[in-house]
Design a protein around this ligand. Structure first.
Ligand code: ADP
Ligand code: MG
Length: 206
């Protein structure tokens, strides 16, 4: 696989914005039994701002694209997911530095650092029924094989499905205790969309 450039990251986030737009109602529905029914609304607002910022002044390095997008999410999304996804993208972007192109292995390491930063910020771990249940297996798949964007997307989707029987230990859903069992976590579901968009950008979506 070739080196990844700014245009690759713009393709990723544009595809992510499209997926969030298409799936916003489903994300909000997932957030009604175990949250406050705003996840799709939150992310739609955030990714609309990301798309606008990238169209207005597209940065010329992959790191700067991700940092800009992360900043938009932090400043426009009211819910918990804004700072968490903002941190994911900002940290990943910072790890990429100011190189114009990065090898897939470096991208995989940067994404893993971004996912770790989400864990540090929110204090959640695998099994807590959060976005990390989709993000961690996806990052692990990429760390193993940096070209495996399709496998990473599948790992995220499986990780999201696996949140259904979990009891939430972090975020709003944790207030429900045992009653959070039996529902897919909305943030895990949106993370699966972001990873599917990444695979789409890499041209390996299958
Ligand atoms: P809010 O909960 O503030 O309404 P959203 O509805 O936009 O925010 O996002 C909810 C999602 O955020 C959850 O489904 C979960 O995946 C994620 N989330 C919440 N708290 C945490 C946390 N501490 N660590 C990781 N992810 C979290
Ligand atoms: Mg919510």
């Amino acid at each position: 696989m070739e080196a990844l450039d700014a245009e690759f990251c713009v393709r990723w986030l544009t595809a992510a914005a499209g997926a969030v737009e298409r799936e916003a109602d489903r994300l909000t529905e997932l957030d009604s039994p175990i949250g406050d029914a705003d996840h799709g609304v939150n992310l739609r607002r955030g990714f609309t701002a990301v798309r606008a910022a990238l169209e207005e002044a597209p940065p010329d390095t992959p790191g700067a694209v991700l940092v800009l997008a992360g900043r938009q999410l932090i400043s426009t999304v009211g819910g918990a997911s804004g700072p968490l996804y903002g941190t994911l993208l900002r940290r990943t972007g910072k790890e990429l530095g100011d190189a114009a192109e990065v090898a897939p292995g470096r991208f995989a390491d940067a994404l893993a650092a971004g996912v770790a930063a989400v864990g540090q910020l929110g204090g959640a771990r695998s099994g807590d029924k959060t976005m990390l249940d989709a993000l961690e297996p996806a990052a692990a798949a990429l760390t193993q094989d940096a070209a495996a964007f399709g496998a990473a997307a599948r790992a995220a989707a499986e990780g999201s499905a696996a949140t259904v029987p979990m009891r939430a230990r972090k975020g709003r859903a944790s207030y429900l205790g045992e009653r959070s069992v039996g529902h897919e976590d909305p943030g895990a579901a949106s993370s699966a969309l972001l990873l599917a968009a990444l695979a789409e950008a890499a041209g390996t979506a299958r």
